[in-house]
Design a protein around this ligand. Sequence first.
Ligand SMILES: Cc1cc2nc3c(=O)[nH]c(=O)nc-3n(C[C@H](O)[C@H](O)[C@H](O)COP(=O)(O)OP(=O)(O)OC[C@H]3O[C@@H](n4cnc5c(N)ncnc54)[C@H](O)[C@@H]3O)c2cc1C
Ligand code: FES
Length: 280
Amino acid sequence: MGCACQQSNSIYAPGLATIVTSEQMTETERVFEIKLKEGMHLGHRPGQFVQVSIFGIGEAPISVSSPPTRDESFELVVRKVGNVTRALHALPDGSTIGIRGPFGTTFDIDDAKGKDILFVAGGLGLVPARSYIKHVLANRGEYSRVIVLSGTKSPAERLFTDELAEWAARDDVELHETVDRADDQWTGNVGVITMLFSKVKVDAANTVAVIVGPPIMYKFVIMETEKIGIPRDRVLLSLERRMKCGVGKCGHCQINNVYVCQDGPVFKLSQVFELREAIQ
Ligand SMILES: Cc1cc2nc3c(=O)[nH]c(=O)nc-3n(C[C@H](O)[C@H](O)[C@H](O)COP(=O)(O)OP(=O)(O)OC[C@H]3O[C@@H](n4cnc5c(N)ncnc54)[C@H](O)[C@@H]3O)c2cc1C
Ligand code: FES
């Protein structure tokens, strides 16, 4: 039973949902477990987002962070930046919010079967990437190498630290982390995320790359995937643009002839390579 829109039969009207639990992760990020009302399941795929509405305040697109393998409730990680996200952070557990979606294109979990997957996650990019990573780990035998390169500005901004520790301890996950600026406790790599490419030997012929992070990161990470020679139709990017309707009607998210909310947010590099505004 999928899609919050089934409560209202409209892609514009939010379905009702409950905040089951929430927890502060960092100074600005909070993770929310959300359950749709009336026993509905979200039915998302990794890479998709939902439009979260706080009644009387507004709506914001937020990526689904939990894997589709766990669908009775789902997780969102929200950075407090403006009206909607500030209001969401202030809501107590048990509150009712609105959910539209899931929307957008997805990371192709079937196409990547049997291949190595190279995840490159910068900052909040780990949020959508985690949905895919957890799906792969729940179906580990279907994929070959799993390489995760993850970077944040500082150690205090690392998300899902318990899970990062679990992945680091597994011998079937190659996790490499870095921070732009270390603190007294940090003993790991220091530097931008692209420095982690020197730590792994990637088999270009058998690798799918999944890249999610802040806009500035794409140009430099793409230089690395091009240098390695990963074909552009096996380099997947999730692009973030300002959105309103989420369903291809308002034009807020448009880059030339591309609507990020409908044609994306997940694109193959081959689709957007010539669209300089998308990746620079
Ligand atoms: C597909 C997708 C997935 C996303 N996933 C996540 C996620 O998982 N977690 C998460 O925390 N965020 C995510 N975001 C970002 C989130 O949707 C935005 O931060 C959203 O704007 C927050 O809404 P708000 O009302 O709280 O803040 P807003 O009031 O929209 O302000 C947010 C920030 O944007 C600036 N801003 C406001 N208006 C404009 C404008 N017109 N142009 C440029 N800048 C402006 C503000 O100064 C502020 O810094 C995602 C966005 C997209 C498109
Ligand atoms: S957000 Fe309205 S067209 Fe994409």
